[in-house]
Design a protein around this ligand. Structure first.
Ligand SMILES: CC(=O)N[C@H]1[C@@H](OP(=O)(O)O)O[C@H](CO)[C@@H](O)[C@@H]1O
Ligand SMILES: [Mg+2]
Length: 560
């Protein structure tokens, strides 16, 4: 690093002092805090993004969002060259950078890291970063901080993509690095054309008739997703979408609305009510990377019939399996090879036990990872077709490059495949284009669900009835230090503090079909408690007993 560079860094860094008395951590999905203390973090992540771009010689993404968190929070995360999350081996460096107390210490860390990682700082290589933000009011000034950070690396350039959903930014980064067109319009074009392709491939005579059931009502969480869906729907004829909570009215981001609220509370979001009984409804989260469906039951109650990420996963798995089974009898060797694709399903401990049971009964290979899409995504990428979903609705389907190449070959070369076999190949190819290969994406996921329901001829009720969820309950407990909880076995067992796992086991054993686990949240300063049992009352009681245990072992009274 030359003198001009070091003095530029020292000077700019001194204008963004870090908050005092806060330990920042690159958690489940980047840094998240109250927006008022994030200026220095975002500035520093701008520098980190530039380094990452130099190191990988690729375009990197920087997204400013706090997803489903309250509107006064914000956050920042990096998208790697393939559009996925920042490589985990850089997270400790991200933590260290964010917490360095003085510009001099910051510079020292940076210099050491550049040397250790062999980051080319010779002026030959230029860094390129795509910037995005959600609709939070704090986003504008934080974006400025990111720009200042990037500009303090000589030769680094940024492109401001404006207000976008998280998955749009991840998609753009991936597309840019593949040498493809990567504007918002290109994104909308790819989604709408592959959706159209799937609809056109529905065999004649199947599919639901155009009834009231054909209307889809979407809760946009008063965030960016609703606005983008309004734009996308103009490119989709044949799909009637009524978008509510699109952020233009007086509603507040994520307050009484959105996928996180709907999935965790299982209640009707604002602007929905008795007029929606029987309709197919969906809810996006604040940055539109999560999607859940629901319906409003006819009895007067505030509860919904939730169709969560696990059921979206099941629907996708059924469709993929069906396409592969169409190829079972293929005479052509190349087509037959597609039938033998390795399909893997990835879930976390939050997946409803009934969903795992159902997927296994379908004959699918189901594996578990810790919470956070960075873990699920990496696992799913090990298959020809890897389907992953968190219960909260974040997920996607990953196709390996070699598998997509085989599909492309069959599409273009003459083969002895029957029309239906050929169509099954075309459907798989269309799915690989529709479904976001970078991260879970509520908009692309929504079109995928709509296309499959139409293909199957299913109503939301029929879909929901695939299996019955086991009653569950999720609670949050504030503790003195959430990092005191250390888990293992994909977060199902607590290793520390000693004794608490045995106490949880003893509670769980009292409930038929009981299951419960705790883990520290990576996005909020809480311990999350999850419980499942054969009845709602059982799940509620188990969750509250375990929450009491957490309080006893780790709460504010525990240390005195
Ligand atoms: C139980 C739950 O829904 N946890 C969410 C939540 O993480 P926590 O680490 O639990 O706060 O936010 C993550 C980022 O959106 C998401 O990946 C994850 O699934
Ligand atoms: Mg989100």
């Amino acid at each position: 690093m030359n003198e001009e560079q070091t003095s530029l860094l020292l000077h700019s860094c001194s204008r963004f002092p870090p908050p005092k008395g806060v330990r920042l951590s690159y958690g489940t999905a980047g840094f998240r805090e109250d927006a008022s203390i994030l200026q220095s973090t975002v500035f520093r992540v701008g520098i980190l993004a530039a380094l990452r771009s130099l190191k990988t010689r690729s375009v990197i993404g920087l997204m400013i969002t706090a997803s489903h968190n309250k509107v006064s929070d914000n956050g920042v995360k990096i998208a790697d060259p393939n559009g996925g999350m920042l490589s985990q081996d850089w997270e400790p460096f991200a933590d260290a950078l964010a917490n360095a107390p003085t510009p001099e210490q910051f510079l020292q860390l940076l210099t050491d890291f550049v040397k250790k990682e062999n980051i080319p700082f010779d002026g030959q290589q230029s860094a390129e970063i795509l910037l995005g933000r959600d609709t939070r009011p704090s986003g504008g000034s934080l974006l400025e901080a990111a720009k200042q950070g990037i500009s303090s690396i000589i030769g680094a350039v940024f492109y401001d993509m404006g207000i976008v959903t998280s998955p749009q930014l991840h998609w753009m980064v991936r597309a840019r690095n593949k040498g493809m067109k990567a504007t918002e319009l290109d994104y909308f074009d790819q989604l709408s054309s592959s959706f159209r392709c799937l609809i056109d491939l529905i065999p004649y005579g199947s599919g639901i008739s155009k009834t009231v059931d054909d209307i889809l009502v979407v809760d946009g969480a008063n965030g960016v997703g609703g606005e983008k869906l309004e734009a996308l729907k103009k490119m989709l004829d044949d799909l009637v979408i009524d978008v509510r909570n699109c952020g233009k009215g007086s509603g507040i981001l994520n307050e009484g609305v959105g996928a996180d609220y709907v999935q965790k509370e299982k209640v009707i979001p604002q602007e929905f009510g008795s007029m929606d009984v029987g309709l197919r409804c969906a809810s996006l989260d604040g940055d539109a990377d999560r999607l859940v469906y629901f319906s409003v039951p006819s009895n007067v109650s505030s509860y919904i019939n939730l169709v969560d990420g696990d059921k979206i996963l099941s629907l996708f798995a059924i469709f993929i399996k069906e396409q592969l089974s169409i190829l079972q009898e293929a005479a052509d060797e190349k087509v037959k090879a597609i039938h033998h694709a390795r399909v893997g399903v990835v879930q976390t401990a939050y997946a409803n036990g009934a969903s795992t049971e159902y997927l296994k009964q379908l004959g699918l290979e189901v594996v578990f990872t810790p919470t956070g899409v960075k873990y699920l995504h990496d696992k799913a990428a090990q298959y020809d077709i890897g389907i992953y979903f968190e219960a909260n609705g974040h997920g996607t389907i990953l196709f390996s490059e070699s598998f997509v190449a085989s599909l492309e070959t069959i599409k273009h070369e003459p083969s002895s495949a029957s029309i239906e076999q050929h169509n099954a190949v075309l459907r798989l190819l269309a799915v690989s284009k529709l479904i976001n290969q970078a991260v879970g994406d509520a908009l692309s996921g929504l079109l995928m669900v709509e296309a499959i329901l139409r293909y199957m001829g299913w109503s939301i009720q029929k879909w929901s009835d695939l299996y019955q969820d086991l009653p569950s309950r999720m609670l949050k407990v504030k503790v003195v230090d959430r990092t005191a909880v250390v888990t293992t076995n994909a977060e199902t067992v607590v290793a520390k503090p000693p004794g608490i796992q045995e106490a949880i086991d003893a509670e769980t054993a009292k409930y038929p079909q009981g299951r419960s686990f705790i883990r520290p949240s990576g996005t909020e300063d809480v311990i999350r408690v999850y419980a499942e049992a054969s009845s709602q009352e059982g799940a509620d009681n188990l969750a509250s007993s375990v929450a009491k245990l957490v309080d006893r072992f780790l709460g504010f009274g525990s240390s005195s």
